[in-house]
Design a protein around this ligand. Structure first.
Ligand code: C5P
Length: 212
């Protein structure tokens, strides 16, 4: 079974995807970490993420199977990821790895922005996870604070909104809900409630004849 999870920044996709992977015994790929790794490789080398040629080269040279996601969660990495992710050559360089991961034996859960539309359009289940901008900003603020970053919640909100607008309006694989995705609004749900709702959507879809 392939589960595709998409949605805007800080909607709770990652936590949900991890729990679903564990519940169904599937492998998990956080595709945002690939874009964050490209962005960080450039920042570490002192290169502007808007440098299209350098970004494409960084994406091609990354060891995608061995990315240390732990160092990539900063606000700066998220911003750099959003810039490089609009680069078509960067997306192309990362696509095959994601498709191979999705089709691995035993099944997989992937989360990102274009999983249900581009990476795994034939996924068995597609979830589009969202929440209000205010709630997403609050969650990202708590996450960054937990990482020791001294950040202002209003600034986080404006950065998230800017990032979502960029992700939705780019020409290459923009963030959008696949036509056959299930919408899951987590604004008023904690992670356990979102998880239970996702499990019931998935189990209903499987019982309805979708192959596992
Ligand atoms: O999900 P996360 O915040 O880690 O993603 C960082 C950025 O990477 C997003 O804002 C988006 O621009 C980009 N991204 C993407 N396609 C994906 C996953 C992430 O464009 N499948």
């Amino acid at each position: 079974m392939i589960i595709a999870i998409d949605g805007p920044a800080a909607a709770g996709k990652g936590t949900l995807a991890r729990k679903l992977a564990q519940h169904y015994g599937l492998s998990y790929l956080d595709t945002g970490s690939l874009y964050r790794a490209v962005g960080c490789a450039l920042l570490d080398a002192g290169i502007d993420p808007h440098d299209a040629k350098a970004a494409a080269a960084a994406a091609r040279n990354l060891d995608l199977a061995n990315i240390d996601a732990g160092n990539l969660r900063t606000a700066e990495a998220g911003e750099a990821a959003s810039v490089v992710s609009a680069n078509t050559q960067v997306r192309e360089a990362l696509l095959r790895f994601q498709r191979n991961f999705a089709s691995r034996e035993g099944g997989a859960v992937l989360d990102g922005r274009d999983i249900g539309t581009i990476v795994a359009p034939d996924a068995d289940i597609k979830l589009f996870v969202t929440a209000s901008a205010g709630e997403r900003a609050r969650r990202r603020w708590l996450e960054l604070k937990g990482l020791g970053e001294d950040v202002d919640e209003a600034r986080i909100r404006s950065e998230i909104e800017k990032r979502d607008a960029r992700d939705q309006s780019r020409a290459s694989a923009p963030l959008k809900m696949a036509e056959d995705a299930h919408l899951l609004d987590t604004t008023k749900l904690d992670i356990e409630a979102a998880f239970h709702m996702a499990v019931s959507l998935i189990d209903d879809a499987r019982d309805g004849g979708v192959s596992a």
